[in-house]
Design a protein. Structure first.
Length: 152
């Protein structure tokens, strides 16, 4: 997504018009429009003022991703009680169908034993509780995935 698109979505998210942004920054509405259409770029001072106006850090403004930000907000607002009611396998299997089918194909028993051993090791060596050990193992697997993606 371009910087202009980031600026547009950040402004919309705050419920502001181009005119309102222009007034607050002491610039013309056309300048805001040119930024949002990538015709021109705001200078660093204007970018910082935009970030403050939109309630974002400068980094967030430059790398603004509306979907990720919205998802993070939903996660932050979801209680543990509601989260426990969600069938995460079913939810994710819409995006990753293998999650709905592998149980009939993979003998998971040998993997369970090995994963249990790794979890116990994390708990014993680092004093993690059960949940923390699971989360660390999840991050280790995610790191392996990212490393493999780099090689492709």
């Amino acid at each position: 997504m371009s910087l202009g698109n980031h600026l547009f979505h950040a402004r919309k998210r705050r419920g502001m018009s181009q005119e309102e942004v222009a007034e607050k920054l002491g610039i013309s509405r056309q300048t805001v429009s040119k930024w949002e259409t990538d015709e021109t770029l705001p200078d660093i001072r204007q970018s910082k003022r935009l970030a403050v106006l939109y309630g974002l850090s400068l980094d967030e403004l430059v790398e603004f991703d509306i979907d990720v930000k919205e998802i993070q907000e939903v996660i932050d607002k979801t209680s543990e009680e509601v989260s426990d009611k969600i069938d995460w396998t079913k939810a994710w299997s819409k995006k990753y169908p293998i999650l709905a089918t592998y149980q009939g194909e993979v003998d998971t028993a040998c993997y369970v034993k090995e994963l249990e051993r790794l979890l116990r090791s994390l708990e014993k060596e680092y004093g993690y509780n059960e949940l923390d050990a699971f989360l660390v193992l999840k991050d280790i697997l995610a790191a392996i995935w990212k490393e493999r993606e780099k090689r492709i």
